[in-house]
Design a protein around this ligand. Structure first.
Ligand SMILES: Cc1cc2nc3c(=O)[nH]c(=O)nc-3n(C[C@H](O)[C@H](O)[C@H](O)COP(=O)(O)OP(=O)(O)OC[C@H]3O[C@@H](n4cnc5c(N)ncnc54)[C@H](O)[C@@H]3O)c2cc1C
Length: 391
């Protein structure tokens, strides 16, 4: 199956700058003042979600013909990186939704695109991607949720867990087994458009270390029925490829979030190191701190370049699992390292909830787990590398 290049891949630089300027104004005026209150209280940011919908962010990467902004992945990555440099968690509300939308746009039938994408683009219907189960995260082929065909419907039974936007979202791209006996297992897997309804219930919001304010939840499907027309692409057995294909954009997004966290942690450290004095001079003038800042700025820059490299390949319609994997792996590790170093530069104050840096520290480690763990990323990178360089 070929993947069409994004027609908007060559966004006019002025047009792109206008988007980025609007995002910057919004972050500074609306997001920055309320981050701590929301994060500490684990409060869902209703007002900000409404503003993101008004700005068109729920349709950021959806094609213009379906009512979206049709932004290329490169512009999208820059937007996500900037927002994440102040508050990473809020980008998850958009990203999980857009991964669902990308699955429909890339692999759905024309009828499915016409029916769902315009309502996804406005944010009228928001949602996410439901792959993980209590017994299967990395090993997706081990999922147990089954969709049994009955006439013009599928009857679905099973449990999903850790699903972002699980409580506040209305519709999910749901990975199921339509043939639980298929060998290999991926041949029996399908992806469904699953709006909430009878038989689809959601458990409580998980209490997490970080990534606050966005709801992560368990979902239970108990004889949940959906029309057969909700099978993405209309052909059974394509779900594993569709779900993991969607993860390329997801990985670029996680990489962009890592870039933002690495940048933000660097920004906080840079500011603090110039005002905090010890031994009669700003700590930025002590060599031990200079070494840290030198490494941090290099790491943040390298993470950004790898992420834009992967996003450019995605926009060209090229296979980019290796590039997205490298960006995701490097940028997420950069986020963790920069957050820790920035926290250390803040000394005891870094450990206080009155400063922002502790949030970066808590949020950054998730980037190493979500959208494929960093252990798996390195294996994916290695396999692709060897495949592209046969002896
Ligand atoms: C806050 C949050 C939000 C999430 N949002 C979503 C969401 O919206 N939708 C969704 O579907 N999922 C979501 N997830 C789930 C996430 O994708 C999984 O947690 C992740 O894929 C890892 O799966 P697991 O937790 O089952 O770990 P496991 O797969 O059990 O892995 C445990 C450890 O073993 C390692 N490991 C596993 N297999 C191998 C192997 N073959 N080789 C080497 N190492 C291996 C892993 O790297 C990891 O270190 C979310 C998770 C969190 C924490």
């Amino acid at each position: 199956m070929t993947i069409a290049a994004n027609e908007a891949a060559c966004l006019d630089p002025e047009e792109e700058q206008a988007f980025l300027d609007a995002i910057e104004r919004w972050v500074q005026k609306e997001v920055r003042p309320v981050v701590m209150e929301h994060d500490h209280g684990d409060i869902w940011p209703e007002k900000l979600v409404g503003q993101m919908a008004e700005m068109g962010l729920f349709g950021a990467t959806i094609g213009k013909e379906y009512g979206g902004l049709g932004l290329p992945a490169t512009t999208y990555a820059k937007i996500i990186a900037y927002i994440s440099s102040y508050w990473m968690a809020i980008t998850g509300i958009v990203n999980s939704h857009l991964i669902m939308a990308a699955a429909v746009e890339r692999f759905g039938t024309e009828e499915q695109k016409q029916k769902w994408l315009p309502r996804f683009a406005t944010g009228e219907i928001r949602g996410g991607l439901a792959l993980t189960e209590p017994n299967a995260g990395t090993d997706l082929q081990a999922i147990r949720t089954v969709a049994r065909r009955e006439g013009d419907e599928y009857v679905i039974n099973g449990t999903k867990t850790w699903i972002s936007n699980g409580i506040k979202g209305e519709c999910f791209a749901l990975l199921v087994k339509t043939d639980p006996n298929a060998q290999p297992a991926y041949k029996g897997m399908s992806l469904m458009i699953a709006p909430k309804g009878e038989g689809f219930s959601v458990g409580k919001k998980f209490d997490k270390l970080g990534y606050k304010s966005i709801d992560s939840a368990e979902m239970v499907f108990d004889d949940y029925r959906i029309p057969a027309e909700n099978l993405i692409g209309g052909i059974e057995g394509q779900g594993f490829f569709q779900a993991t294909g969607g993860l390329e954009l997801g990985r670029i997004n996680v990489a962009a979030r890592g870039v933002g966290l690495a940048d933000g942690a660097l920004r906080l450290a840079t500011e603090y190191a110039q005002v905090r004095k010890t031994m009669g001079k700003p700590i930025a003038e002590h060599q031990a701190i200079q070494l840290k800042l030198g490494e941090m700025v290099t790491r943040a820059r390298a993470a950004r370049l790898l992420t834009l490299d992967a996003a450019t390949a995605y926009d060209r319609g090229e296979r980019c699992d290796m590039e997205a994997g490298m960006a995701k792996y490097f940028a997420s590790e950069a986020a963790v390292r920069n957050s820790e170093e920035s926290l250390r530069i803040h000394g005891g104050y870094g450990y206080s909830k009155e400063y922002d840096i502790e949030r970066f520290y808590r949020d950054s480690i998730l980037m190493c787990i979500g959208e494929g763990t960093n252990e798996m990323q390195r294996i994916i990178i290695s396999k692709q590398w060897v495949k592209r360089n046969p002896a």
